[in-house]
Ligand binder design. Structure first.
Ligand code: MN
Length: 379
């Protein structure tokens, strides 16, 4: 049986300009999580570690990070664990590439970096394994990272690395290193280790298993839970068993609060801090129409963010709510004919309502519609 650990999108050296002093904390956490992956590979006695692009956030890195990578890869080397990696789009193999500036292979004999612009391969006879890959040559490209992928050797196991976007019509940009399900299905691989998307996901096509590992540590607000890596076991008869393993410390969530359901400040604070966690980066979106007893301005939002933020790794509160207009007379909107007409029509609906429920809905629609038309509230 062959045991593989698959990661991608580590983004070592990433900066978080929106996180203030927490940006440095999270950048260091990414280094810790990278070390954790190496420890896990050693503890699990895997046969090989695959890194499917974007190990580095950019081609400019400090010596500290370069030394960290070399040291960690050497730890794997001491345990007879080889590493294969491809340059992704953030650390692409362009003229200024970190993989041209630093001779990693020289300092890490167990490391293979795929640097040929055509599909390359590395054969490991002792494992009966061939690994295939090619680098991303630029940040954007219309060339498929799977182009030219087919079995070259007669080894038992065939595994590939690719960094790009799985083709979903109208969802992915044409120059985002796109590949298709058909390319996966026709590749002849047992497993394809995918990188570029920061959420883990299964993109198996035909008989070929293909997975995004996602980023191992928290990088952005679009990630769905703590970062993972993938452990892949390929059995002697080439059955592929896949297990996601959480290695990330931090995560983020989005909380939407309908201000129409909030009675007072305490109520609001309780909602915002529900499930608070020092490793959680939470975005709170205040929506709808709020009671006029809940007056606030940008300063009160900042104060709320500061006072409640200590319970989180990071807290962002976005106010998209509005106070209802107390006196709604169409005359007040004489200069705004669309709003005046909306008020007139909706007031008719209120007058013609057949029961209290219908009346209440029409009254809410009047308040909410005016707030929307005045751009005081967002959908
Ligand atoms: Mn990428």
């Amino acid at each position: 049986m062959l045991k593989i650990l698959h990661t991608a999108d580590v983004h070592l050296g990433i900066k978080f300009p929106g996180l203030g002093n927490k940006g440095d904390v999270q950048r260091r956490q990414i280094e810790e999580t990278f070390k954790k992956i190496i420890s896990l590979a050693i503890a699990e006695k895997v046969n090989i570690l695959l890194i499917a692009g974007d190990l580095f956030d950019s081609n400019q890195q400090t010596q500290k990070i370069i030394d960290l990578v070399i040291y960690q890869f050497n730890l794997l080397g001491k345990n007879n664990i080889p590493v294969c990696l491809i340059p992704g789009n953030h650390d692409c193999l362009d003229a200024t590439s970190i993989y041209r500036k630093i001779n990693f292979a020289n300092q890490c004999p167990n490391l293979t970096i795929f640097t040929d612009s055509k599909m390359g391969y590395h054969h490991y006879p002792e494992m009966n394994l061939t690994v295939y890959g090619k680098p991303n040559l630029s940040e954007k490209s219309t060339v498929s990272p799977l182009q030219g992928l087919k079995r070259i050797t007669d080894s038992q196991y065939h595994v590939a690395l690719a960094h790009g976007s799985f083709f979903i019509p109208e969802k992915v940009a044409a120059d985002d290193h796109i590949f298709t399900g058909a390319e996966i299905a026709e590749s002849g691989m047992n497993y394809i280790a995918l990188g570029h998307w920061h959420n883990a996901g299964k993109y198996t096509s035909g008989t070929v298993s293909a997975y995004y590992s996602g980023a191992p540590e928290w990088l952005d607000f679009k990630q769905d839970g703590p970062g993972k890596i993938i452990q892949v076991n390929i059995t002697d008869n080439c059955t592929v068993e896949v297990q996601e393993r959480v290695v990330g410390l931090r995560h983020s969530d989005l909380l939407e609060i309908n201000m129409g359901e909030i009675a007072n400040w305490q109520d609001l604070e309780n909602k915002i801090t529900y499930g608070a966690d020092v490793n959680l980066a939470r975005t709170v979106n205040l929506k709808g129409l709020r009671s006029d007893s809940l007056t606030f301005n940008p300063d009160s939002i900042d104060e709320l963010q500061d006072s409640l933020g200590t319970a989180f790794f990071n807290l962002r509160i976005e106010d998209n709510s509005a106070i209802p207009v107390a006196d709604i007379a169409p005359d007040a909107y004489a200069g705004k004919p669309i709003i005046a007409r909306f008020i007139e029509l909706t007031k008719n609906r209120i007058a013609e309502a057949s029961d209290n429920e219908e009346k209440k809905i029409a009254e809410d629609a009047l308040q909410y519609g005016i707030a929307l038309l005045e751009d005081r509230v967002k959908l």
